[in-house]
Design a protein around this ligand. Structure first.
Ligand code: ADP
Ligand code: MG
Length: 390
């Protein structure tokens, strides 16, 4: 399978030019249209297009919108307008446009400008690595990782890879009902440089979701090929190479982990933009998690903001209050997921993520909220004060 994806383009043009411009843009990638600045903004936020093409006749506020897309959303804009002079070019460039083309623009010129600009943006694209971790087994790391991946891919229409770094007993593929023929082991044993192509061949896909899954080793002994004695080249950090490569093609890379501080997991923690630290509200888990959090903060030196504590099965607190739990952890609880063994275990047994099987259950909704908050937090406009929600 190829990970090269089509460029995502967005066009806002006056009705008489829409057809003509659309035809050319379609030759370069998948095109969506917007007829108001508000729609352009909404699309820019949700879909992160590679390039927005704005025709100045579409709206009197086009240049202001261009500046906003550039500065607040980090989205590239190509401006098209009727004026041919230097003044028009300068005005567009000052508004943050990457290029300005005078209309009627020759199709060939438009095509190559769009291809060039959309391409550049794709090369610098950097997805978010989210590592789901915890220092106790059975707290719900894999359940959260799999379902979060589905929420981001299927509800937020993001490109999502789920990477199973529970190298001995990983179950990410199983949660989707899959029995992979290729796994992370094949990627690490492949000779030569790490490429998207090599990783792409090892990905598994479920019929139920858009998530691409890099499954863990089929048997525990094969873990050594990934981050142990069996590495093809002992000098290389395969996990780092895999995560960094995936980031170039995916909006989100969700990493499931095991309870260990081996090279693979440490790498996934280092590479993460956010660590979701999962625990449950029982004293053994909390004591253990307090030590784990301490290692992350003190020994590994991660900033507080990098860590979000997820209290799974939070409503089964069995007499412990939320603030007592936060106190035991010396860390605030960022997300709470309710206990629902019926939904979680049934979904695991059927081999379909619970957010798909029981989308309306409180547990599925809570995972949905967590995903929404991540999107909100990490996809936030880069410059505040300019976003102007429409
Ligand atoms: N919120 C929840 N409510 C009830 N059961 C859950 C919940 N989250 C996970 N489980 C169940 O707990 C068990 C362990 O979950 P899992 O995600 O495999 O944990 P981990 O990956 O941390 O070892 C599984 O049987 C799973 O279905
Ligand atoms: Mg697990």
């Amino acid at each position: 399978m190829s990970l090269e994806r089509e460029a995502r383009l967005l066009l806002m043009a006056p009705s008489h030019r829409r057809e003509g411009l659309l035809d050319v843009l379609k030759e370069v990638g998948a095109v969506r249209e917007a007829d108001t600045p508000a729609r352009v903004r909404a699309f820019a936020r949700q879909e992160r297009p590679d390039l927005v093409v704005l025709h100045l006749d579409a709206d009197p506020e086009c240049l202001a919108l261009c500046a906003e897309l550039d500065q607040s959303y980090g989205v590239r804009v190509l401006v098209v307008g009727r004026e041919a002079g230097v003044e028009a070019l300068r005005a567009a460039m000052q508004a943050g446009a990457r290029d300005y083309l005078a209309d009627p623009v020759p199709p060939g010129e438009l095509r190559s400008a769009v291809a060039r600009l959309a391409q550049v943006e794709r090369r610098v694209r950097r997805g978010h690595v989210i590592t789901v971790f915890g220092t106790k087994g059975g707290v719900g790391k894999s359940t959260l990782a799999a379902n979060l991946a589905v929420v981001l891919a299927d509800r937020h229409h993001q490109r999502v890879a789920l990477c199973d770094l529970d190298l001995e007993f990983g179950c990410a593929a199983t949660l989707f009902g899959l029995r992979p023929t290729a796994t992370i082991v094949d990627v690490c044993r492949h000779p030569g440089a790490m490429t998207l192509g090599t990783i792409g061949e090892a990905l598994s896909h479920s019929d139920h979701s858009e998530v691409d899954i890099l499954a863990g080793p089929p048997t525990p002994d094969l873990a050594a090929f990934v981050d142990g004695e069996g590495k093809r080249d002992p000098e290389r950090n395969y996990v780092q190479e895999i995560l960094r490569t995936l980031r170039t093609a995916y909006d989100w890379v969700i990493v499931d982990t095991a309870v260990d501080f081996g090279e693979g997991v440490i790498t996934a923690l280092d590479e993460a933009e956010r660590i979701l630290f999962v625990t449950t509200p029982d004293i053994p888990a909390l004591q253990n998690s307090a030590k784990g959090l301490d290692i992350l903060l003190e020994r590994l030196g991660y900033p507080q903001e990098k860590l979000s504590v997820v209290l799974n099965r939070g409503n089964a607190a069995m007499g412990l209050m939320e603030d007592e739990i936060a106190q035991a952890l010396s860390h605030p609880i960022r997300h709470m997921l309710p206990s629902d063994g019926d939904v979680a275990v049934r979904a695991a047994n059927i081999g379909m993520p619970l957010v798909l099987l029981r989308g309306r259950s409180p547990l599925a909704r809570a995972v949905g909220r967590l995903g929404g908050e991540l999107v909100h937090d990490l996809e936030r406009p880069r410059v505040s004060g300019l976003s102007g929600e429409a």
